[in-house]
Design a protein around this ligand. Structure first.
Ligand code: DGJ
Length: 732
């Protein structure tokens, strides 16, 4: 890993063993792109890449008379001169102009990686990463902007963000401040996005890129289940096993825009950042605005390679504290077992049986506080309901601890029901537009987390409940989108700051709680997977992946999630049948076979199971305890896509390739078909593996494949609906 500055040619080369990222100070003084891709040799001067053709109808810089931004690749394109593509930022200056040209002032190269104030970001030591900061200045706007690039030693990744500073005497308005722009020299690419809605999150969609723009966005205040802030730009023939691709992952949990735009000269521009709609940041003299981070990864060996990069990077350089690379406790959550209808005895009866099965952590979900007996009341009143918890959280937690289990509970700190003491006392603490009605979501309103006093109040209440009891886990939920986003605390000019300030408020509460209670495992949740993003992973190393607990649907949801997020982050539970969301009845084996590839737990009352099923649960828990480190932190490969076939398969392989576990799932049976083979991946080709008591070479399993004869029923079908198996391989 190194960052070289070629003084003569004014070029930068950031590289590690896998990638090169080359830039230059352009003839107009802005920063341009020369190359991003597989590692290439360093050279003093690559200016031959800069286009100086005087094409008809192209505008050029007056000093150079030949350089047009439109015909060249930019690193952080500005508005108002010779580039007509989507700009990365826009500054409204006191005279109303938005034209800008920030030109090179200086740069710094150093080891390590700086934090971003108030925002989540990847981190690295001086041995693990190097950073380049390039500061540009616009003398008319009297501002600087600093581009940050970090290259990691062991990962094909560049992390980027930007800081703006007002050096003038008057306030300016940032009306757009994206985090990164990558211009590529051709547009023979496809765009892959992860879209959906509640209960069907992160389903991959692939589109051809051409001239014009493709984009995804969220304007819901959260990153959302509808579009995930992670996209892939890949060659058309790139699949999971081969080919070139770039990933763009936004370390942010609010509104976002991700856009790909091909121009008429073959240039492909990819941009990502806070959504510019409804965003205006007032920057007073001397103030700095820092954007969130975008993590850009590159692969030349297929999408499994790209995903593994994100898995490794996020497990080692984003997740912090005690739970970094720590196998997750097997939990039981009472939500689907009781909803809000419970008392302490009911909870203890679920807990006792779960303990007998080997479960390690009990999670008390929604309904324990205030007048929360249905979803019309109580949010905001974070005080135990004595009818349900006579000795409070402390009493219940010590009873659960006495059974030999850890204990945790559910909160939804950003919300308030109109029917709550908090709202009655502080109706002005919600996001609401004066004189207009407030839209409801699940009968609740959104607290104005852009205000410090609101965050302080919620912090105080939660600190008390958590601090009084012995708490090992918190599930932090968030169950609606933001509407009527207006804060009475800010003046008219500043209303464009509310969405981002809200996210900063959420992060500040997370920061305070995780600092105060460093041993607690946080799981983020937003009606399932409505806020599944890299920003959340910085605070909460796991996320409830979806409210859809049907194992067959979960195969698709978890498969899609695995493109951008580590398996250790995927909250996955075995729930009751018929499934509460889909009505589907899948065997208990399949329900566990899917949940193993996640954090693993149960979401049902184990007392309702037959003796035979209960024995199976005990065996599942024993299996998970034995293999969870490999399952959650091994190298994960997608093998067969449920989006392309009626089957799915995936495998995790240990770092030393001596052990592996694969899962195979038949989503729908097809009659009168040959069973075929499943090719495994990631194994040591020369090693002899034991599988089902037989020996096989790694290359045999990877290139010939495992015969799927187990799935043949009476020679008529390749499987039965919902049948699955999980198998372990070990080098002898
Ligand atoms: C939505 C979550 O996704 C569920 O798991 C559950 O916690 C409910 N909220 C509780 O209200």
């Amino acid at each position: 890993m190194n960052i070289i500055w070629h003084n003569q040619s004014k070029q930068y080369h950031l590289f590690n063993e896998k990638i090169s990222y080359i830039m230059c100070v352009t003839p107009v003084g802005e920063i341009g792109s020369i190359y991003f891709g597989k590692r290439i040799h360093d050279k003093d001067d690559m200016s031959y890449v800069i286009n100086r053709f005087a094409l008809p109808n192209v505008t050029v810089d007056p000093d150079t008379e030949s350089y047009s931004m439109e015909l060249n690749r930019q690193e952080y394109p500005s508005f108002g001169t010779t580039d007509f593509g989507t700009q990365a930022y826009e500054v409204e200056q006191p005279n109303g102009s938005r034209i800008s040209s920030f030109v090179y002032r200086n740069h710094r190269i150093y080891r390590g990686k700086p934090a971003i104030t108030g925002l989540p970001a990847t981190y690295a030591s001086e041995e693990e990463a190097m950073t380049l900061e390039i500061t540009l200045a616009d003398n008319f706007a009297k501002m600087t902007l600093t581009l940050f690039y970090t290259i990691f030693k062991d990962h094909p990744v560049i992390a980027r963000h930007v800081a703006f500073k007002n050096e003038g005497a008057s306030a300016v308005k940032l009306t757009r401040a994206l985090s990164a722009c990558v211009d590529l020299p051709d547009m023979d690419y496809e765009w892959m996005q992860f879209s959906g809605a509640w209960a069907r999150e992160r389903i991959p969609e692939v589109k051809k890129i051409s001239t014009g723009a493709l984009s995804i966005e969220s304007k819901r205040g959260t990153s959302s289940a509808n579009q995930n802030p992670f996209v892939i730009v890949k060659r058309p023939d790139t699949d999971d096993f081969m080919g070139e691709a770039f990933g763009f992952s936004f370390v942010y949990s609010g509104n976002f825009l991700a856009k790909a735009e091909g121009n008429s000269f073959g240039r492909l521009r990819v941009l990502m950042g806070i959504h510019p709609d409804r965003f205006t940041w007032v920057l007073n003299p001397g103030e700095i605005f820092e954007t969130p981070e975008v993590v850009i990864a590159m692969t030349d060996c297929g999408l499994n390679g790209l995903s593994q990069t994100y898995h490794e990077l996020y497990n080692n350089h984003l997740v912090r504290g005690k739970w970094k690379n720590t196998p997750r406790p097997i939990l039981i959550n009472n939500w689907e077992a009781t909803f809000m209808d419970f008392d302490e005895e009911k909870i203890l009866s679920i807990a006792r049986t779960a303990r007998e099965a080997g479960v390690e952590l009990f999670v008390l979900d929604d309904g324990w506080f205030g007048e929360r007996n249905d979803d019309y009341a109580g949010l905001g009143d974070w005080i135990e309901n004595p009818k349900k918890l006579p000795q409070g959280m402390a009493g219940l937690s010590s009873k659960i601890n006495a059974l030999g289990m850890k204990f945790g509970f559910w909160i939804e700190p950003e919300m308030v029901n109109p029917n709550s003491n908090l709202f009655r006392r502080h109706p002005e603490w919600v996001l609401a537009a004066p004189g207009r009605k407030s839209s409801l979501g699940r009968h609740q309103l959104v607290l104005d987390f852009s205000r410090e006093e609101v965050v302080d109040h919620i912090y105080g209440m939660l600190k008390k409940v958590i601090g009084d009891a012995k708490i090992s886990y918190i599930k932090w939920d968030m169950n609606r989108s933001l509407t009527e986003v207006f804060s009475p605390d800010l003046n008219a000019d500043e209303q464009g700051m509310v969405y981002h300030k809200y996210v900063l408020g959420v992060y500040s509460l997370y920061e305070r709680l995780t600092n105060e209670f460093p041993d607690i495992l946080f799981e983020s949740c937003s009606s399932g997977g409505n806020r599944y993003d890299a920003g959340m992973l910085y605070y909460a190393p796991q996320a409830w992946c979806s409210d859809n607990t049907d194992s067959i649907d979960r195969i698709r949801i978890q498969y899609g999630t695995s493109y951008g997020y580590p398996i250790s982050s995927i909250g996955a539970h075995v729930s009751a049948v018929p499934n509460q969301q889909t009505g589907r009845t899948a065997p208990i084996e399949t329900r566990a076979n899917v949940a193993y590839f996640g954090t693993f737990g149960y979401e049902l009352d184990l007392n309702t199971l037959s003796e035979e099923e209960f024995d199976k649960v005990k065996e599942q828990i024993r299996f998970m305890k034995e293999h969870r480190e490999l399952l959650q932190f091994g190298t994960f490969f997608r093998l067969r896509s449920p989006f392309e076939t009626d089957q799915a398969a995936w495998i995790v392989v240990s770092k030393d390739r001596k052990e592996a576990i694969f899962g195979f799932y038949c989503l729908r049976s097809n009659v009168n078909m040959m069973p075929g083979f499943l090719k495994l991946a990631g194994l040591d080709p020369d090693a002899l593996y034991e599988l089902d008591g037989e020996e096989y070479y790694g290359d045999e399993l990877m290139h010939m494949g495992v015969a799927l004869t187990d799935l043949c029923s009476d020679g008529l079908a390749t499987g039965k609906d919902f049948v699955s198996y999980v198998k372990t391989l070990k080098v002898k």
